[in-house]
Write a protein that binds this ligand. Structure first.
Ligand SMILES: Cc1cc2nc3c(=O)[nH]c(=O)nc-3n(C[C@H](O)[C@H](O)[C@H](O)COP(=O)(O)O)c2cc1C
Length: 229
């Protein structure tokens, strides 16, 4: 089913099953230290403590976790105070002692699910580049950049492309991660590879957004495993 023919209702009907598709650059931003970022995440009270929290090799790398995430009505009738991808980003940053950079739009996306779906699709059709509110990070300070986002209509939200257009990630190691309703990583790995030249790409991880609290250990073990390889 193409994006043009698939309606937002298809996302809703699919529920937790497979979902086939739903700034100005000034001074570099201060990225957020790992401890502060972790404190802002929704606590994963149900998740047992991770076996691995960091590795010697990870400590030798300078790691940034850059992400976009949206709270508000994430599914019809399901309102989030903290977006799923932000929770996942917090797991990664805390495990690796990484800095974080949250991609924040100048114009917030609509709070309602249906309106957000409409806008997201419109932005894809127009190849839009929504403006980012915060200054972009100085990525020259990092060896590894994790890039995370929700899947929107099979792809990354277009504001992630604004981020990619604004930073020079050549020479970096790039690691994609997503939260989703059934599409997994979607087209994100391929899109990142198309957008970033001269970088090394590692395998990404996708987590079902509504179950992100249950995936703490898997996320931590994946991230630490990648950084110790
Ligand atoms: C505008 C919009 C489009 C979406 N499109 C898809 C999709 O194509 N495939 C999918 O699996 N989930 C889709 N979803 C569900 C989100 O990917 C999922 O809820 C994700 O965990 C949200 O992450 P966040 O809370 O960090 O924004 C969509 C959600 C929205 C709001």
């Amino acid at each position: 089913m193409s994006k043009l023919t698939m309606t937002r209702r298809a996302f809703v009907a699919a529920g937790s099953l497979l979902l086939a598709g739903c700034g100005a650059k000034e001074e570099p931003a201060q990225t957020q230290p790992a401890e502060e970022a972790a404190a802002e995440q929704k606590p994963a009270e149900d998740a047992p403590a991770a076996e691995a929290t960091s590795t010697g090799s990870a400590k030798d790398k300078r790691i940034l976790v850059a992400f976009y995430s949206r709270a508000d009505e994430n599914y019809p009738g399901e309102w989030l105070e903290v977006g799923h991808t932000k929770v996942m980003a917090g797991y990664i940053a805390e495990a690796l002692g990484a800095d974080t950079y949250e991609i924040v739009p100048v114009e917030p996306y609509p709070e309602g699910y249906d309106d957000c779906c409409d806008q997201a699709l419109e932005e894809q059709r127009n190849d839009a580049r929504p403006a980012i509110a915060e200054a972009l990070p100085d990525v020259s300070a990092y060896d590894v950049v994790f890039i995370g986002c929700p899947i929107w209509w099979g792809d990354e939200p277009m504001i992630v492309r604004t981020f990619l257009d604004g930073v020079d990630l050549s020479g970096k190691t790039i690691v994609p991660f997503t939260t989703h309703g059934g599409s997994g990583l979607g087209n994100v790995p391929a899109n990142l590879q198309a957008a970033i030249s001269g970088a090394q790409f590692l395998d990404g991880l996708a987590v079902t957004g509504t179950s992100v609290d249950d995936f703490h250990d898997e996320v931590v073990n994946w991230a630490t495993g990648l950084m110790s390889a």
